[in-house]
Design a binder for this molecule. Structure first.
Ligand code: PMP
Ligand code: GLN
Length: 384
């Protein structure tokens, strides 16, 4: 195989889901939602299929979905995008991220991202012949914080792109207004292109915490490509419908790569999502209520099992310190967990590109039915 894929192996998610399958354990590893989708959305997909929306959509996406995405960005973040030229529909956020990194990085370039990070970022950099330079988030008690000095120290003349994931996987962190202002300042000063991964934008659980779009900050719209996706918002991760918003020249560059990765996909889903996105707030409020309760259920269970759960303001995951339960590190803990109590989790160290991983942290997902989490919590209690 070519150097760009040599040693890439299989993703941690595939590995852990396979482990859950072979051991029969409850899978709190991969963040796959096992929660319902809006019934009207499902009916609309069926109707779209039966109405004959089964051929290639335009490569840039079904027009009504591009209009719905633009309206969503304006309504929620006050940032205007032209649905013609400034919005591009992709095969999930995954393709959007890959196409964006391919579009902006030449071989030898550097991409900075906050560590820990979603596993695709380093892989995308590598596919482009670039390198991901990790900037460790600082551990601050039971949560993570921006270390602006570490960010500045990570920059070099080869730095082209900063990937910002907020709300953040795996930590559940939502970058604060002050942190975003710092990040934006660095990006303007060093003339970086920003790729924001906002797939958890609707899944923020704390009343005092809000997801803010970095593209809305002064001088940022023109250098930012916003990536999001329908997967987490509507519990439709298998549909792989995502999108990109940004200024026309940047979106054109992403589209140039995207057209030769998949050209286009998911016509009936695009048709149906155009409508669902128009009233997403109502749906998301209910989903947030469910996920907030599930986060609390899991967090309480982890504490009762003798672990120390971290704060998770958003997203699908709670991290826990496994040392209070007598484990030296998360890898050993996760290796033994299926056999010992019948649960699969992922060591947070698997999300680190750099060497600063807190080896004692483990990620558990709570995007499951309450009955599944209740059973997982019952099983985990055997650890105490
Ligand atoms: N970014 C982050 C941070 C994620 O957690 C995920 C979900 N797996 C993705 C991107 C990929 O999104 P999609 O399923 O839309 O490709
Ligand atoms: N986003 C999910 C996670 O972090 C799963 C992504 C995937 O399976 N590729 O677990």
């Amino acid at each position: 195989p070519a150097a760009r894929v040599r040693g890439m192996g299989t993703s941690i998610f595939t590995e852990m889901t396979e482990l859950a399958r072979t051991t029969g354990a409850i899978n709190l590893g991969q963040g796959v939602p096992e929660l319902p989708s809006p019934p009207a959305l499902l009916r609309d997909v069926a109707d779209a299929v039966l109405a004959g929306h089964n051929q290639y959509p335009p490569a840039v996406g079904f027009p009504a979905l591009r209009e719905a995405v633009a309206a969503h960005q304006l309504r929620r973040y006050g940032v205007a995008y032209d649905p013609v030229g400034e919005v591009l529909v992709t095969t999930g956020a995954t393709e959007a991220l890959a196409a964006a990194v391919l579009a902006f990085c030449d071989p030898g370039d550097e991409v900075v991202a906050f560590d820990p990070c979603y596993d695709a970022y380093a892989a995308d950099a590598r596919l482009a012949g670039a390198t991901l330079v990790p900037v460790p988030l600082a551990l601050d008690g039971d949560h993570f914080a921006l270390d602006a000095d570490a960010l500045r120290a990570a920059l070099s003349p080869r730095t082209r792109v900063l990937i910002l994931n907020t709300p953040h996987n795996p930590t559940g962190k939502v970058f604060t207004p002050a942190e975003l202002a710092e990040v934006a300042d660095v990006c303007r000063t060093y003339d970086l292109t920003v790729i924001t991964d906002e797939v958890y934008e609707h899944l923020v659980y704390e009343d005092g915490v809000r997801h803010l779009a970095v593209a809305a900050l002064p001088g940022m719209r023109e250098r930012t490509v916003v990536v999001s996706s329908a997967g987490k918002t509507f519990n439709t991760t298998g549909w792989k419908i995502g999108w990109v918003c940004g200024p026309a020249p940047l979106v054109a560059a992403v589209g140039a790569a995207k057209q030769f990765l998949t050209y286009a996909s998911g016509t009936p889903y695009q048709v149906a999502l155009a409508r669902a996105l128009g009233s997403v707030e109502e749906w998301a409020a209910g989903l947030r209520g469910t996920l907030r309760a599930h986060r609390d259920l899991l967090g309480t269970g982890l504490a009762a099992a003798g672990l120390r759960p971290f704060r998770a303001d958003a997203g699908y995951f709670v991290q826990a310190d496994v040392r209070p339960a007598g484990y030296g590190n998360g890898v050993d803990f996760c290796r033994e967990l299926p056999g010992r109590v019948g649960v699969v989790a992922i060591p947070t160290s698997a999300f680190y590109v750099g060497s600063d991983a807190p080896t004692w942290l483990v990620r558990f997902s709570f995007c499951k039915e309450a009955s599944v989490l209740e059973e997982a919590v019952r099983r985990l209690a055997a650890l105490a």
